[in-house]
Design a protein around this ligand. Structure first.
Ligand code: FE2
Length: 316
């Protein structure tokens, strides 16, 4: 079934058509933001300034607070941002080619037009499109040919303006989504289902951190609300600007977070790790069929490769 077949379902009770990616009205947007702002525990970690903020964050697991604290001073540097923008730009470089990130976006959009793609950069291991850095002449030294790995515990995600993820679950992992640059909207869902109840909507700016665990906020959708140029976002859309949001993600599997309360039972019974519960595979709701599917967490680029490409990019 294509998305056009779902148009009726994308109307709210008043018959107004709702838009990608969240399919909500302006009133629902406002209500969901208030819901997220009042939620206990808070889906966002910040330095509390008021009693209420402190109370809302009190029940955030210590392991999550530790991850957030370690990330709190991280940002992309201004030259990294400038180089990423150059590689996301739809205009051609002097050699007649588009940048590496735009090239990958186009390949990903061709492979899966159900939603505008984002780029996963694994901070460990090898990734799918590493070879393009060399093939397109973005780096001088050759790379070692290796197959891609899955399940990196630390991932940098680059979200071109107006691009978004499907609704997905992080299973039984515990982690953070830390905004490094731009702006990111995060919609939280109660369960992994196209029609799942929405728990709240929040916007992350650089320095702000969302979190998730097996029991709390594991299902979400991420969207970059910045200016994507002409046209409306949705299936088949690719933006025409170089605006982006970037986020730093850490996912720990159950056996790596000894401070989590449910962990003792699992270890005691020596239950084998289930792939869809670990960071090797995440379940998601496909944008076209609106049914549950699995995503092996391959990455598009490795940080070691992207760092070299960015460092070798001339910024005018
Ligand atoms: Fe996610």
């Amino acid at each position: 079934m294509t998305n056009s077949n779902h148009l009726e379902e994308d109307r709210n009770q008043d018959g107004c058509e709702t838009e990608y990616p969240f399919h909500i009205t302006k009133e629902q947007d406002r209500d969901l933001r208030q819901k997220a702002a009042r939620a206990i525990p808070s889906p966002i970690i910040s330095q509390a300034s008021f009693f209420d903020e402190y109370v809302q964050q009190l029940m955030i697991p210590p392991v999550v607070m530790d991850m957030a604290r370690k990330a709190e001073n991280m940002r992309l540097s201004s030259w990294e941002v400038a180089a990423i923008r150059k590689h996301l730009s739809p205009s051609k470089h002097p050699d007649g080619k588009v940048g590496l990130l735009r090239r990958i976006l186009r390949l990903k959009a061709e492979a899966d037009p159900s939603h505008p793609p984002y780029i996963r950069v694994a901070c460990t291991g090898k990734s799918q499109y590493d070879y393009l850095a060399e093939a397109d002449g973005h780096i001088r030294e050759p790379l070692h040919e290796d197959k891609g790995d899955i399940g990196s515990p630390v991932v940098l995600e680059i979200w071109p303006a107006q691009h978004y993820s499907p609704i997905h679950s992080h299973g039984e992992t515990t982690g953070i989504v830390f905004c490094l640059a731009g702006q990111l909207d995060v919609m939280l869902y109660k369960s992994l289902d196209w029609n799942a109840e929405k728990l709240g909507l929040t916007t992350l700016s650089p320095g702000q951190c969302a979190w998730l665990s097996k029991d709390t906020y594991p299902v979400h959708r991420v969207y970059c609300p910045l200016n994507g140029g002409e046209g409306k976002t949705g299936p088949g859309f690719i933006n025409s600007t170089e605006e982006f949001g970037a986020s730093f993600h850490v996912y720990l599997d159950e056996d790596e977070v000894p401070m989590m309360p449910h962990d003792y039972e699992v270890h005691h019974n020596d239950i084998e790790k289930h792939p869809s519960h670990s960071r090797e595979t995440f379940n998601f709701i496909s944008e076209d069929k609106r049914e549950e599917d699995k995503f092996e967490t391959h990455s598009d680029l490795s940080w070691a490769v992207l760092r070299r490409v960015l460092a070798e990019t001339e910024i005018s």
